[in-house]
Design a protein around this ligand. Structure first.
Ligand code: F0G
Length: 463
């Protein structure tokens, strides 16, 4: 008899179903709640699946380390290397991998100094194959789609999920449909979904409208939904928590800062830490704080509302990846903030622009949505929620080339409106001035170039 490796549990009413019994919209038919994947060893898990014991923490650490030297594609993947903690695919030959994960954990000394911390790390998930953290979740959920023999997969996206889905679908030989809000995603991301051969549909609505249409569509056509309501996405997205701990020699950081859009990523990382703690891989858990853009801040509003009521907003921000007003996974992320003792903050357009330039000036770079983490960290330090000696990790979710237009507009001084610029404090304005590096157009004459270089050196010396 085949024994199920996992079940799905509704995060609202607690109902437990088998993985293959889930409906096409991944919502509980009784209460509309989202599901979590649970295993026999999960915290509050069910022993009804099988009687296996808790995985042994030292054996797991050894095994994960050992796989780094293997040439097997699933061992080389920085997601599937940790597959012992998400056995979701029945036939391992259906796993679709582009060697995702294995992303760097950078020291950020200049940013640490700017915010008054002794040290600061950035886990750069933009260094994944399609340039964003979405690859870690997509490899997991798309492998389940392939395992369950779906022909079509689809997602609604602000650009990064669609790029990842299109790439992994192409690798698996599945057909993919992308729904994106017309004119409201960065060009690089749109080009990726076309490059990887997806059917790309630009809907005349926003992200939240795209989700609505796709949710209707999957009930009428056998398409596998790959938005983050699909709980298998989160199983892949929890693995950077494991990888980060390896990179820190298993010394638990104090605080993880995550950008918040549809609010699955904070939930996924939280699940990863909670499971590691439960299994005895780590002795304590970090706090997880989530930062939103001021113009797309429903979780921030919920967090600061005395009655804690979630009210969707009409979203607007230049950080298009997180331009989301009605986040599907808000409850999961809210639970993680509460369970791990984190915070929620928001960052204005000006603050996001400055934070992104500072991360860029460190030679790391990221897309605007990722920069909210550093902007939010400044606020958490000012509020006393993070103290100077704490070990903080920013989760940078997207590569700087994802939205090069934003960067070019910033350095040319064309990103912010005059009204927005007028609200910048003198201290921040001085930082913007020092960071902005607009391109200089010159005649192709070495005298002219030398003269320009000398005056630039003089100017920066006095700055
Ligand atoms: N950062 C980037 C670069 C993103 O693309 C997203 C989400 C987030 C942060 C927020 O993560 O939704 O889990 O809270 N992008 C989705 C997309 C919505 O369609 O690519 P989240």
């Amino acid at each position: 008899m085949k024994v199920a490796t996992h079940n799905l549990r509704c995060t609202e009413c607690g109902a437990v179903i088998t993985g293959d019994a889930v409906n096409s919209i991944f919502r509980c038919p009784d209460c509309n709640g989202l599901y979590d994947v649970i295993y026999p060893w999960s915290p509050n898990g069910t022993t009804a699946i099988s009687n296996s014991n808790l995985p042994n923490p030292s054996a797991l650490r050894w095994l994960w380390q050992e796989r780094r030297t293997s040439t097997l594609p699933i061992d080389q993947s920085g997601v599937w290397r940790f597959r012992d903690l998400f056995p979701i695919v029945e036939n391992p030959e259906n796993i679709v991998t582009l060697r995702e994960g294995n992303t760097p954990l950078y020291q950020m000394p200049q940013c640490a100094k700017a915010v008054g911390l002794d040290s600061l790390f950035a886990k750069h998930q933009g260094m994944n194959p399609t340039g964003s953290f979405k690859d870690t979740g997509m490899t997991a959920a798309l492998s389940v789609a392939a395992d369950r023999k779906f022909e079509w997969v689809a997602c609604a996206s602000t650009g990064n999920t669609s790029a990842a889905m299109a790439a992994y679908a192409a690798r698996a030989g599945l057909r993919s449909i992308v729904f994106i809000p017309e004119g409201k995603i960065a060009w690089g991301k749109l080009s990726q979904s076309m490059d990887y051969g997806a059917l790309t549909i630009q809907l005349k609505t926003d992200f939240d409208g795209c989700v609505r249409i796709l949710t209707e569509l999957v009930t009428r056509f056998p398409i596998y939904l790959l938005n983050s309501v699909n709980p298998y996405r989160l199983e892949g997205q929890k693995t950077p928590a494991f990888e980060m701990l390896e990179q820190l020699d298993w010394e638990v950081p104090d605080h993880i800062i995550v950008p918040g859009g549809n609010l699955a990523n904070g939930a996924a990382l939280g699940k990863g830490f909670i499971e590691m703690h439960h299994l005895g891989l780590i002795p304590r858990m970090p706090k997880i704080s989530i930062i939103q853009a001021e113009g797309a801040n429903p979780l921030y509003r919920w967090f600061t509302d005395a009655n804690r009521i979630m009210r969707p907003v009409k979203a607007d921000t230049r950080a298009t990846a997180i331009r989301i007003g009605n986040p599907a996974s808000w409850r999961k992320s809210a639970n993680v903030i509460d369970a791990l003792g984190g915070w929620c903050e928001q960052a204005s357009e000006q603050e996001i622009a400055l934070a992104k330039a500072q991360i860029g000036a460190e030679g790391v770079g990221c897309e605007p949505a990722s920069a909210v983490t550093f902007a939010g960290l400044k606020k958490l330090v000012a509020l006393g929620k993070v103290s100077p000696e704490e070990r903080v990790v920013l989760i940078l979710t997207g590569h700087t080339l994802k939205d090069s237009q934003y960067t070019i507009d910033y350095h040319r001084g064309e990103l912010l409106t005059e009204a927005e610029k007028s609200q910048i404090s003198d201290a921040d304005q001085a930082q913007h001035t020092a960071l902005r590096k607009p391109p200089i157009v010159l005649e192709a004459d070495s005298d002219v170039v030398l003269h320009a270089l000398q005056s630039h050196m003089k100017m920066t010396q006095h700055a």
